[in-house]
Design a protein around this ligand. Structure first.
Ligand code: ATP
Length: 253
């Protein structure tokens, strides 16, 4: 398997707490992996460590090279990040927020190129945020804002995309659009890793990483019964996975 991201004995300590304990995983390239688990399991911490945003022990490899061996801008072009409940930038226009995704492509203080503008337009149209391009980010609703931040991530045009709770505040049609978007990215050969609380959506991924108490409890295909059992166990059997037509759904027990 060709891994886009690989960790060896990855550990993270936050404050006094050891939050991740020796996580060793390989996330396949050109696939969508969803990370799921209970509150406080360490999902966001894992995603941040994969993005190189946290000090850690052990090793993280991005596209076959240790994170530390990448130059900053080069890494920022290869790996795009959408954080959970991102704040700030409220005074910026939607266009300028999406243009932030192009920073790794631009020379210091240079004007955006035609390619930058084209990438931003394409990203804003892909998330149906184009009509708001002159509005301030702070004047948008929670779901509208999330779609602009998603556009910023897409504008990077990175090979690997990490998203922490990308469906936050999105209504069902826009959740369905996000699913289509991810499928399109994976079809183009991109790698997507998403932390999701919506188990039904997470089960549409290629692979599921089940995390609990700072450890990976299971890593498997989304249609594998062993993955479903691991998922039910990690949520204390308060959910059950059922098949509905050709899909899997999680229902409360
Ligand atoms: N700065 C910090 N100092 C100490 N502990 C922290 C810090 N940040 C997070 N933690 C703890 O680390 C653990 C993992 O947090 P993390 O945000 O990774 O969980 P999560 O699985 O993403 O949770 P949720 O589903 O609630 O978003 C939690 O117990 C949290 O309280």
């Amino acid at each position: 398997m060709n891994a886009a991201l690989q960790t060896t004995a990855l550990g993270v300590v936050l404050g006094e707490a050891e939050v991740l304990h020796g996580v060793s995983i390989a996330l396949p390239a050109a696939r969508w992996t969803s990370v799921v688990g209970p509150n406080g399991a360490g999902k966001s911490t894992l995603l941040k460590a994969l993005a190189g945003l946290l000090p850690h022990s052990g090793e993280v490899q991005l596209l076959g090279r240790p994170l530390a061996a990448w130059r900053g801008r080069e890494r920022a072009r290869a790996l795009a990040w959408l954080g959970q409940g991102e704040h700030g930038a409220d005074d910026l226009s939607v266009w300028d927020v999406a243009m932030l995704g192009r920073l790794p492509h631009q020379a210091w203080l240079a004007q955006p190129s035609a390619a930058d503008r084209a990438a931003v337009e394409q990203a804003l149209r892909a998330t149906q945020a184009w009509d708001w391009r002159e509005r301030a980010l702070g004047a948008l609703s929670g779901g509208e804002r999330q779609r602009v931040l998603l556009a910023r991530l897409l504008a990077v045009n990175a090979q690997v995309l990490l998203m922490d709770e990308p469906l936050a505040n999105l209504d069902p049609p826009h959740q369905a659009d996000w699913l289509q978007l991810v499928r399109g990215l994976v079809a183009q050969g991109k790698t997507v890793v998403s932390v999701l609380h919506e188990i039904g959506v997470a089960l549409h991924a290629d692979r599921l990483l089940v995390v609990d108490q700072g450890r990976v409890r299971h890593h498997g295909a989304c249609d594998d019964p062993a993955t479903h059992r691991a998922l039910e166990a990690v949520f204390d059997h308060r959910i059950a996975i059922h098949q509905l037509n050709d899909r899997w759904v999680a229902l409360p027990v």
